[in-house]
Design a protein around this ligand. Structure first.
Ligand SMILES: C=CC1=C(C)c2cc3[nH]c(cc4nc(cc5[nH]c(cc1n2)c(C)c5CCC(=O)O)C(CCC(=O)O)=C4C)c(C)c3C=C
Ligand SMILES: [Fe+2]
Ligand SMILES: [Fe+2]
Length: 357
């Protein structure tokens, strides 16, 4: 008899209407992975920041035509459905079901953990919809999952260097280049969500993974393009990693370049792609004289991306270990405190050679 395989997709979640913007933000800022402060202080900060940030965030959410909420859940549902169909075809003897576990809004991780238990899964694969590992995203979701699901699981750490993932990005970028009329003097800005510097200094492999991915994409696009990795969506008073996307948009606009801007850490459309990349930076580019500005679409249900997720799931099911590596057939950034491989690596006393494809 076949196995019952639950594939749990981790994502951040987003408000489902204007009234949930503030409680969603409060959940986000109450996460110790986001704000490292002792408890009564963190509660107070979460309450204060969510209250002060809610009015401007509501305006931004209202711009997306999703009833004042985020399109993140419907977009993630499309990915879950596509993945379930492909996995069913790849694992014909088994019963595969995809679940979506959001971190800060419905469907909450704790409720999904209960559904997976009730379904009676024989195998549980935890698959983050974050291609790069960060303690603030995948690490936080894993912790939350473990609080609510005591059974064994197989965890995909991250997949930033998978061949099909890089090829899907290059495909989306070249489609945007065609839409722009294949101009000369192209600056390709590969934009990821930023992080406070101190999180990276504590060992988070996210920036390293983003920058390595930028170099890998740069090797695949026309060699006369300028390719720049940059970071968007800064929040709060701390120093964040750079260069910042807005300053890169300004600089390349002043140089009268044709800008292509692509998200490399978000895999579906939501506020950070539709509003920040699609509206705010577009305006900035126009104000500073860019020759043109074209937004590259998020991967969504791009067949190459769904293939990446299928490959990661199957590799996780086949491995002996319970964690699927960060970096495909390359070496895991072991020793980084944020990487769930760190413990494995410490035990082995060396970088862990990971499963080949
Ligand atoms: C790679 C993905 C992400 C990282 C890393 C990340 C870190 C991070 N985020 C905040 C603060 C906010 N993030 C918000 C929304 C949001 N962030 C991501 C992804 C990453 N965040 C997603 C997918 C979304 C959801 C967007 C949606 O459509 O709902 C928000 C809310 C929006 C806003 O008010 O701007 C905040 C706030 C911090 C502080 C942080 C690292 C410390
Ligand atoms: Fe964020
Ligand atoms: Fe790892």
């Amino acid at each position: 008899m076949g196995r019952k395989i639950a594939v749990v997709l981790f994502n951040l979640g987003g408000p489902d209407g204007p009234d949930s913007v503030q409680p969603f933000l409060r959940n986000l800022f109450d996460d110790p992975a986001i704000i490292q402060a002792p408890l009564p202080i963190r509660w107070a900060l979460a309450r204060f920041i969510s209250k002060t940030r809610a009015p401007s965030a509501k305006k931004n959410y209202a711009m997306m035509g999703a009833g004042g909420g985020s399109p993140l859940l419907p977009e993630t549902e499309k990915q879950a459905e596509a993945l379930q169909i492909e996995l069913a075809a790849s694992l014909p003897g088994d019963e595969v079901r995809t679940f979506i576990a959001m971190r800060y809004w419905h469907p909450f991780t704790r409720d999904v953990a209960r559904q997976v238990k009730d379904w009676g899964a024989d195998e549980v694969v935890l698959l983050p919809l974050y291609p790069q590992f960060s303690t603030t995203t995948t690490g936080s979701s894993l912790k939350e999952w473990k609080k609510h699901y005591p059974g064994p699981t197989r965890t995909v750490c991250c997949y930033p260097f998978e061949e099909s993932f890089i090829a899907a990005h290059v495909d989306q970028i070249m489609a945007a280049f065609d839409r722009a009329g294949r101009p000369e003097n192209v600056s390709l800005l590969l934009s990821a969500h930023g992080l406070p510097e101190k999180i990276v200094e504590a060992g988070d492999p996210y920036q390293w993974q983003c920058e390595t991915l930028v170099a890998m994409i740069a090797a695949r696009v026309p060699q006369d393009w300028e390719v720049v990795g940059c970071y968007q969506s800064r929040v709060g008073p701390l120093k964040w990693i750079g260069p910042s996307t807005d300053l890169e948009v300004e600089r390349t606009s002043k140089e009268k370049r044709n800008i292509l801007i692509a998200p490399i850490a978000f895999v579906s459309e939501h506020i950070e792609t539709l509003v920040e990349l699609g509206e705010e930076y577009k305006l900035l580019a126009e104000q500073h004289g860019a020759a043109s500005y074209t937004r590259v679409e998020a991967l969504g249900t791009h067949p190459g991306f769904i293939r990446t997720l299928v490959g990661e799931t199957i590799a996780a099911l086949e491995m002996n270990d319970t964690i699927r590596s960060c970096a495909g057939s390359r070496l895991c950034p072991t020793g980084a405190s944020g990487c769930p491989h760190a413990d494995v690596a410490r035990r082995a006393g060396q970088a862990v050679a990971v499963q080949a494809e």
